[in-house]
Design a protein around this ligand. Structure first.
Ligand SMILES: Cc1cc2nc3c(=O)[nH]c(=O)nc-3n(C[C@H](O)[C@H](O)[C@H](O)COP(=O)(O)OP(=O)(O)OC[C@H]3O[C@@H](n4cnc5c(N)ncnc54)[C@H](O)[C@@H]3O)c2cc1C
Length: 483
C-alpha cells in the first residue's frame, strides 16, 4: 500500500477510535477551530496536529493517551497556552510523526479547599486566577501570581514550575506543590495527591513532573499550599539611580522587616516608557524620570498600623544615603493596582512594540548589578543598533533581559548574554523553561552529566517517546550529546 494512503487510513482509524472512546464533540479536527491551539502566545511557533482533544475527566485523559500510544501518535499537553518558549504547541510539519494537542481546559473543577490543612486541590485546567479567588473566598492566599494568571492554568504553572511576583516570600510553584495526580505515558493514572507536608516514604516522585514541561506525564490535578491572607500591605514605587542601589535597598529592607518584603520588582526607565505608551490613561507615578525603578511590596498577616511607617522611614534613610531618588506609596487598593499594572503590562507592551530577543535569566542576587552593568555594553558591542532593556524579580536574581533587534541578530545576542550569565554562575532559564525555543541553548550550556540523567529519566517514564516530542531536548537526537 502506498505510504500516503496508509497514513490516511491510520489517521482516520485513530480519530474514529478516539471519538468513540470519549465524547465526539471533545475532538476538534476543523482547521479553524484548532488554529488558536497550534500557535504559541508570542506567535513564534506554529505547528500541525491531527486534532485537538479536550477530555473532561481524568479517565478520559488516560484513554486519550492509551489510544495515542496504540497508534504511535504523539501527545502535546496544553494548558492556557501562555508559555513563552513554545512548549505547549505541536511541532511544524510531520517531522516527528503525527501529533495531537491534549488541552486540559475542560478539566476545571476545584476539588477541595481545606483551611485546616491550608491546601487547595484543583484540576489541571483550573485557571490560576479562579484558584486564587476560590482561596481568597475562604480567607487564604494562593501566592503564585503572574501577569498571565487570567489564562494560565494549574497544570501549566506546575509543568513550568512558574515563578512570578510572589517567589521572594513564598517560593516558586515547586515549593507550593504538596501532591500531584498524573496520567503517565502508558495511560495509567498515578495518584500522588496526598497533601502531606512531611512524607519521607521513598522517592519524592512529584518533583519529577514539576517543571518537566509536559515531557514526563500529563498533570491532571495538584494539591497546593495556601497561606493566611495578608492583613496589612504597603506598596511603593521607587525611583533609583542604578541596579546596585536596588540590590542595596532590598538588603536594607530585608534586614529591617525580614520576609515581610513580599515583592521587589525592578524595571528600567525604558520599560516604564513602553507601558506608558501602550496603556490608555497610564501616567508616570513620579515627578521626574529615573534610570531604574523598583515596585516594592511589604505585607504581613498581622493587622499592623506600623508597616507603612516602617517602609516610609526606611525609604527616607535610603534617600539620605543616595540609594533612593524618589518614591511614592499607594494609599488605596486602586492606587496599588495602578502601580502593579505598570509592572504587569511590560510583556504585553513589549509584544505590541516589536520583535525582541528575550532572556529570562538568573544570577545570584549579589551579581545582578554586575550583570546589568556588563550586559548592555556587551550586546551593543556585537550589534550596535540593538536596544536592550531589563526588568525582573530582583529578589530572586531573575532578570528579563530583552533586546529589540532583528531576527538575524538574535542568535549573536543570545550567545553574548548566555556566555555572560554562565560566567556569573547563572541559569539561561529562570522561569519560562526550555520548550522549543531553547533546545539548542540547553544542549550548549547544560553540563553533559545533567543532560544524560535527564535523558535516562525521560526514557524510563516515556519509553515510546510519545509525550511532547522535541521539547526541552530531542530524545531522537540525544546521541549527538557525545555520550
Ligand atoms: C504576560 C505573561 C507574563 C508571564 N509572566 C510569568 C512570570 O512572571 N513567571 C513565570 O514563571 N511565567 C510567566 N509567564 C509564562 C507562563 O504564563 C507560565 O509559564 C505559565 O505557567 C504557563 O501556564 P499555561 O497553563 O499557559 O501553560 P501552557 O503555555 O499551555 O504550557 C506550558 C508548558 O507546560 C506544559 N503543560 C501545560 N499543561 C500541562 C499539564 N496539565 N500536564 C503536563 N504538561 C502541561 C505544556 O506542554 C508546555 O510545555 C508569563 C506569560 C505571559 C504571557
Amino acid at each position: 500500500m502506498p505510504q500516503v494512503i496508509g497514513d490516511t487510513l491510520q489517521k482516520s482509524g485513530f480519530l474514529r477510535e478516539l471519538k468513540s472512546a470519549i465524547s465526539g464533540s471533545a475532538v476538534k479536527t476543523d482547521r479553524e477551530a484548532m488554529s488558536s491551539y497550534l500557535v504559541d502566545w508570542r506567535g513564534r511557533h506554529e505547528g500541525t496536529a491531527l486534532c485537538v482533544v479536550e477530555p473532561s475527566t481524568v479517565d478520559e485523559v488516560a484513554v486519550v493517551v492509551r489510544t495515542a500510544l496504540s497508534h504511535g501518535v504523539k501527545v502535546v499537553p496544553q494548558g492556557g497556552n501562555t508559555g513563552l518558549v513554545g512548549g505547549g504547541v505541536p511541532l511544524a510539519g510531520d517531522a516527528v510523526g503525527q501529533q495531537i494537542v491534549l488541552s486540559l481546559r475542560r478539566l476545571n473543577r476545584i476539588r477541595s479547599i481545606n483551611v485546616l490543612d491550608n491546601v487547595i486541590v484543583a484540576d489541571a485546567g483550573v485557571v490560576l486566577q479562579n484558584a486564587q479567588t476560590a482561596a481568597r473566598d475562604v480567607g487564604r492566599l494562593l501566592p503564585v501570581s503572574l501577569a498571565a494568571e487570567g489564562s494560565a492554568q494549574i497544570g501549566g504553572i506546575v509543568s513550568t514550575n512558574a515563578g512570578g511576583t510572589g517567589v521572594l516570600r513564598y517560593g516558586t510553584t515547586r515549593e507550593l506543590v504538596l501532591g500531584l495526580e498524573v496520567v503517565l505515558a502508558d495511560g495509567s493514572i498515578w495518584n500522588g495527591l496526598q497533601p502531606l507536608r512531611k512524607n519521607n516514604s521513598g522517592y519524592d516522585l512529584k518533583q519529577l513532573f514539576i517543571g518537566s514541561e509536559g515531557t514526563l506525564g500529563i498533570v491532571t490535578a495538584a494539591a497546593l499550599k495556601l497561606f493566611p491572607l495578608p492583613q496589612s500591605r504597603v506598596t511603593a514605587f521607587v525611583g533609583l539611580p542604578s541596579p546596585d542601589a536596588a540590590v542595596n535597598l532590598l538588603r536594607d529592607l530585608q534586614s529591617e522587616i525580614g520576609d515581610c518584603v513580599t515583592a521587589f520588582e525592578l524595571m528600567q526607565r525604558e520599560c516604564l516608557e513602553l507601558v506608558l505608551g501602550a496603556l490608555d490613561g497610564a501616567r508616570d507615578p513620579l515627578q521626574h524620570s529615573h534610570p531604574w525603578y523598583a515596585l516594592v511590596e511589604a505585607s504581613t498577616a498581622l493587622r499592623s498600623d506600623t508597616l507603612a511607617d516602617t517602609i516610609e522611614k526606611n525609604l527616607a534613610i535610603a534617600f539620605e544615603a543616595g540609594i533612593v531618588a524618589d518614591a511614592v506609596l499607594a494609599h488605596s487598593e486602586q492606587q496599588r493596582a495602578t502601580l502593579w499594572r505598570l509592572r504587569e503590562e511590560i510583556s504585553e507592551a513589549e509584544r505590541r512594540h516589536g520583535t525582541s530577543a528575550k532572556h529570562d535569566i538568573s544570577v545570584p542576587v549579589s551579581r545582578i548589578a554586575e550583570f546589568l552593568h556588563h550586559a548592555p555594553a556587551a550586546v551593543k558591542n556585537s550589534v550596535p543598533d540593538a536596544i536592550p532593556f531589563a526588568f525582573g524579580h530582583v529578589g530572586d536574581g531573575n532578570i528579563h533581559f530583552n533586546v529589540f533587534a532583528s531576527a538575524e541578530d538574535t542568535k549573536t545576542i543570545n550567545l553574548v548574554i548566555y556566555d555572560l550569565v554562565t560566567a556569573l554562575g547563572g541559569s539561561i532559564s529562570a522561569e519560562h523553561g526550555i520548550g522549543l525555543s531553547k533546545v539548542d541553548l540547553l544542549k550548549r550550556y547544560k553540563d553533559t552529566r545533567s543532560m544524560l540523567l535527564m535523558q535516562s529519566v525521560r526514557k524510563a517514564l516515556d519509553p515510546d517517546a510519545i509525550l511532547n516530542p522535541g521539547k526541552v531536548f530531542d530524545l531522537a537526537k540525544t546521541t549527538d550529546l557525545g555520550l
